[in-house]
Design a binder for this molecule. Sequence first.
Ligand code: 3PG
Length: 324
Amino acid sequence: MSWKVRANDGIDPLGQRLLEEAGCIVETDHLEADELMSRIAEYDALLVRSATKVREDLINAATRLKVIGRGGVGLDNIDVDYAQHKGVAVVNTPAASSASVAELVFAHLFSMVRGIQITNRVMPERGQEEFKALKKLCSNGSELAGKTLGIIGAGRIGRETARIGIGCGMNVIFHDPFVENVNVEVSFHPSLGLENQTATLKTISKEELLKSSDFISLHIPGGGETVIGHPEFELMKDGAGLVNCARGGVVDEQALVNAINSGKIAFAGLDVFAKEPPEFLDVLKLDQVSLSPHIGAATVEAQERVGQELADKVLAHLSKAQSN
Ligand code: 3PG
């Protein structure tokens, strides 16, 4: 039996090879929504990242589809309940990209406390003539060590972010309405011969976290309500920093721009935006904002793990569907 698989946002070569070795025909080019709609009835499996939206109308047209695979964590681009109601399984790879997203959080944090996002923008043009002035501009950097990192969301990525924060000497605190105690495993490189340590941290209220954090990092799913808007910025410490490598919709971008322009918060790091590509351009133009184009999971290592896990899960569902 050969299954036809459409990896509409691509798939790592390892995942593709595993699928092909199991007899799948894998198509990895990207089809835009209209063309995907007209061809979806050809496929047994549809694999996506965040770019392809899998809504009810597409699922209705997918008469042969047995499984939708999300290569990554967020399922907000897929109508999961509807797919399951139609008998189409939905799988994702929740653990594969945690380390990469958490490292990106720190790329933004380290950048913003030293103004690297500004100097990277201006040094190609002004780095020679205005070296001294730029040095002065960035002369009030700060260290992360000793500061309080507030993490909203105690899932895998939140805990991985905590692990790095602890390693940097930060005081890490958590808010998560669904979790009381968070176990953060702090592991060391095997060559060091050190035993892993587990820190157990009690979660606190959102208000308490907003008031006590020097930096706040968000690790919550999208598709719901705004979690950080004007009232939350008001509660934050003066001069705090915010990082969002989760989902754009959880932060009110206009409120963020206002909070930065008024000096209430000092900086932000954004990997995700309310609309992607971003439509609210003010948020892209501030010197205090370190930016990346939704690349949290975009590392070679994460994508290889994603591809492998996705292939295994999708093949398990295709085999099950065949034996039924
Ligand atoms: C995720 O939900 O896994 C991340 O946001 C990554 O999305 P991407 O696979 O589209 O890069």
